[in-house]
Design a protein around this ligand. Structure first.
Ligand code: CA
Length: 176
């Protein structure tokens, strides 16, 4: 009996001390893709005219509703259910808009795109920070769970265009 008990004990200890390698390396990791095209920090802003704003573009709020898009990917080894979300803050860090997408299940290595239509017409001119994210309990890399880009919200381009043309004409006249 003693010998059998010892054998069982040794087996139990071995199982505890030597988990199989595959189990030991399996991870949970959801991330916001940084390789999504036509984005800044993985966040795409598309105007109602279909223009994708790059880092140098301002957002003309008189056009109204823009689409904020991003790509969520499951970089881990488990099927995960998460709720992607977004938040827009003004330059004083005050939230002016936020949203949550419906809960979505991701298989390992699976990615999905999420987008939200946001009406900017009522926001004051200024610089805003757009953050998107996806929280996951037990995630081994929290740095990639959120991403932020800033955007300048401006008045109608007609005013700016007129100013620009005026400046150009003045400059040209001065040069002559
Ligand atoms: Ca992560």
């Amino acid at each position: 009996m003693k010998g059998r008990g010892l054998a069982i004990l040794v087996t139990m200890l071995s199982a505890l001390a030597l988990p199989s390698k595959s189990n030991a390396t399996l991870i949970h990791d959801i991330g916001i893709s940084q390789t999504y095209t036509n984005t800044v920090n993985g966040i795409r802003i598309t105007s109602p005219l279909g223009e994708k704003l790059d880092a140098n573009n301002s957002l003309d709020k008189t056009l109204g509703t823009y689409t904020i898009g991003f790509k969520v990917e499951n970089l881990g080894d488990f099927t995960e259910s998460i709720i992607p979300y977004g938040i827009i803050k003004d330059q004083n860090q005050n939230p002016v808009y936020n949203w949550a997408h419906s809960e979505t299940t991701f298989s390992p290595d699976q990615y999905k795109y999420r987008s939200k239509s946001v009406d900017f017409s009522n926001l004051e001119n200024g610089t805003y920070a757009i953050t998107v994210g996806a929280d996951l309990e037990g995630d081994v890399n929290l740095l990639n769970n959120i991403s932020t880009r800033t955007i300048n919200v401006i008045p109608e381009p007609s005013t700016l265009a007129l100013l620009g043309i005026g400046t150009t004409l003045l400059t040209r006249r001065k040069r002559k």
